[in-house]
Ligand binder design. Sequence first.
Ligand code: BV8
Ligand code: ZN
Length: 248
Amino acid sequence: MGSDDSLFAKTVEELINAKNPLILTGAGISRESGIPVFRGKEGLWNSHRAEDLATLNAFQKNSELVWEWYNWRKKIVLANQPNRAHHALVKIQSLLKSLPVITQNVDGYHSDAGTKNLIEMHGNIFRTKCMDCSNVSWLRTHESSKPLCDKCRGLLRPDVVWFGEMLDHQVMSEIEKLMKKCDLIVVIGTSGVVYPAAGFAGRVFGKGGSVIEINIEPSIDYAISIEGAAGEVLLSLLQLLESRLDSK
Ligand code: BV8
Ligand code: ZN
């Protein structure tokens, strides 16, 4: 068994034996769908800085620019679809008693792929919130640059969590409940830069839980690191898990 095989076998054992495993995903899991990631070489934000666009202050200063950026991203998401990583994760979920998924992504691909027990902690790029009456609605199109509220004609914003904004308290309490009992977190395709998500692995490790990282450039030094693309790795883990559970 090569080192990779034993790493995969170990990961499958951890998934089977964990009482409360948890998945955290970032932009890397959507990379194979053609959605640009945020940081790194071809990072989404190289041409723009996150602080220029993903903040309330930026939106209040120039809502056209921020909507232009989100519409550009919505167009890419609408032109593509969930990839084999999202689908493999749904199948892995169905083989285990419970496997909640927390995603930082706002593309909605996990829910499109049929992921159960999903928390979109940073919101969803297709949901909007009214700046005046806070009415939340869905906007699957990407053309109108400054969408207005059906109810009060107020300006709509993307219903996502911007830098400097608190996460939705309902979302945070759901996450806290999961984190309290989590004994295994599998971190897939995130650079671990953005908090509070970036702190989850350390919290699980700190209370004696296991951390597995799946990334083309792993960066969590105390994790069991599987270096590779999410799609490839998750498909291999799925196959191994299926044969392991068949033999059980
Ligand atoms: C908050 C939504 C309370 C919008 C986003 C400490 C504690 C608390 C807060 C902070 C703190 N320190 C700093 C802060 C403030 C800030 C923060 O974390 N700043 C960072 C930059 C230091 N956090 C906040 O403001 C948060 N709010 O904590 O509220 C508070 C409030 C005020 C003051 C203090 C506390 C809110 C953060 C949410 C921001 N919103 N997105 C939108 O998407 O437009 S963040 C944005 O980054 C996306 O959601 C994205 O998901 C997220 C993380 O990026 P990644 O997913 O990791 O993507 P990235 O490109 O970075 O990495 C891709 C990875 O994939 C790489 O590792 C790559 O190697 C890998 N990869 C590539 N291809 C593949 C692959 N892996 C596998 N397979 C492949 N094929
Ligand atoms: Zn309104």
